[in-house]
Design a protein around this ligand. Sequence first.
Ligand SMILES: C[S@@+](CC[C@H](N)C(=O)[O-])C[C@H]1O[C@@H](n2cnc3c(N)ncnc32)[C@H](O)[C@@H]1O
Length: 263
Amino acid sequence: MLERNTIYCGNTFTLLNKIEDASVDLIVCDGPYGVTNEPWDQIPSIQEFNLALIEKFAQKLKEGCALYLFGKPDCIDFIDYRKFLNLRSKIVWYQPSRLAQGRISYTNNYDIICYFVKGERPKCYNLDAIRISQLVELEHRLRCENVPSVTNGKFGRTKYNPKGKNPGDVWGDIKQLTYKSKELVSRKALNTIQKPEKLIERIVLASSSPGDLVLDPFVGVGTCPVVCKRHQRDFIGFEIQPDFVKAASQRLHECHNNPDLPL
Ligand SMILES: C[S@@+](CC[C@H](N)C(=O)[O-])C[C@H]1O[C@@H](n2cnc3c(N)ncnc32)[C@H](O)[C@@H]1O
């Protein structure tokens, strides 16, 4: 069995066998997309690859717990994952700043994050921890308070939560990292891998609680372990490239020395 709060260097498919069944509270899977020239991203069929992962992850998750699987818009097309997990949302991570390079079709401006749950209902969805600003001007807000309810057609005051609103399933408020981002570990990490801490933080806060075990099967430079550490979640991480394991461990060490560092 594997130790908590450790990043293991090796192949995820081998290491997964060492995790006890029904022991994991959340899986954040930011693995191959099958779109870059990186050797680890050369996947003949990303859909079949993801299906194999989903089957394994379903065994490892506790009932009611969640998997977030990152990819391009077609990453789970034409595969039948329904016998393993329930797909509750396809979250669009919208990145409007990407260069629009397409010439013969529409440029892809988003990744998807497939939010799956084992079983019917999520065990944990901490909405208050991930609310975002309403950004509604007062006048518009007052007008909204007099529109018919979408559920029963009656007029009533729209519920307005001063703590903010549900982020919904299109996330355009979190920007991809740039060369200038303080949290960027290296230029190499930017091109293919490193995710913004805020993105992973939203997932970890929504779908786990302090003390829970979070599995990051493709650690990269350690964004998910760092977020887990800051928010008192335990983690187990896998990464095949030793230099990334080193970079992630270094980042964790820095975060340990400075636990109050804001995200
Ligand atoms: C998209 S990146 C993850 C980035 C990470 N979320 C971050 O913010 O740093 C995917 C990572 O998976 C690793 N990887 C790819 N295939 C693997 C495998 N079969 N086993 C373990 N790691 C693998 C790659 O080396 C790469 O670092």
